[in-house]
Design a protein around this ligand. Sequence first.
Ligand SMILES: Nc1ncnc2c1ncn2[C@@H]1O[C@H](COP(=O)(O)OP(=O)(O)OP(=O)(O)O)[C@@H](O)[C@H]1O
Length: 282
Amino acid sequence: MTEERRVLDVDRLSVVHRARGRRSHPVVAVDDVSLGVGAGEIVGVVGESGSGKTSLAMAVAGLGKISTGKVTVSGAEVGKRLSRSARAEIQVILQDPHGSLDPRQSVRRGLRELRGIHAERTAWVTDEELLAKVGLTADLLDRLPHQMSGGQAQRVSIARALLLRPSLLLADEPTSALDVSVQAQILRLLLELRRTEGLAILFISHDLAVVRAVCDQVHVMLRGQVVEHGVTAEVFDRPAHEYTRRLLAAIPGRQTANPVEQAHVSDGSIPGDGHRSPTPVL
Ligand SMILES: Nc1ncnc2c1ncn2[C@@H]1O[C@H](COP(=O)(O)OP(=O)(O)OP(=O)(O)O)[C@@H](O)[C@H]1O
């Protein structure tokens, strides 16, 4: 990937959290990490709980601390005073889709509010077209979050992110709270959006099988450091670091199918490319 095509550039980032108690020490959650994501590329960050993934993600999203180093998204440095439009270049989707939607707001009202705040970025698509891009029909527009399945709510979260035309989507465990078959459908949607919208995606997950299925490149984190990185298939087929080997050995049912292919149950979305007739909502 050439420097010019980089959407995200993380350059020697460190995040040090202050000590929590009087006897504890500061925690180096991210230790001198560098990585990049190009347009249309999906880059994974994997590691066990506590390895620093969330601290890295929060720093990249401009929601967490940057102790040293630099994070740049589409040329604008995260953490500096940025315009609202520059901040919208990164959109985040999280593990709990219901938790990230306002429980009192219908999909339509939520989109209208976003359009009001970001008028300059959102005129490119109607609500109906936007929902079709994420495999949902227009009848979802008048639903409240509790009237949607987990898969539908995650699709709505992705639609809200897409509406702002971000250059980078930060997906932090986006399918961990979903059933396996719904997870597969959301992963396929992300793969499709990377192709159709040219989205760059930073994909944070503890789930190596999922990362293997969707990420072009992978970075393996251990105690705040990237201990191994490279093309996903190469890292997973020939892990160079003992920690990566241990993580791979711990995948349950390693011989089972690719998680992207495990879609047997509908999450209430339109099957396939979103242009065919809708399936009934389960
Ligand atoms: N606000 C904070 N104050 C102090 N220590 C923190 C804070 N946030 C995270 N840490 C510590 O930093 C380290 C990395 O945590 P982080 O949440 O970034 O890792 P993670 O890989 O995302 O783990 P998980 O998947 O459990 O969220 C851990 O030791 C954690 O206890």
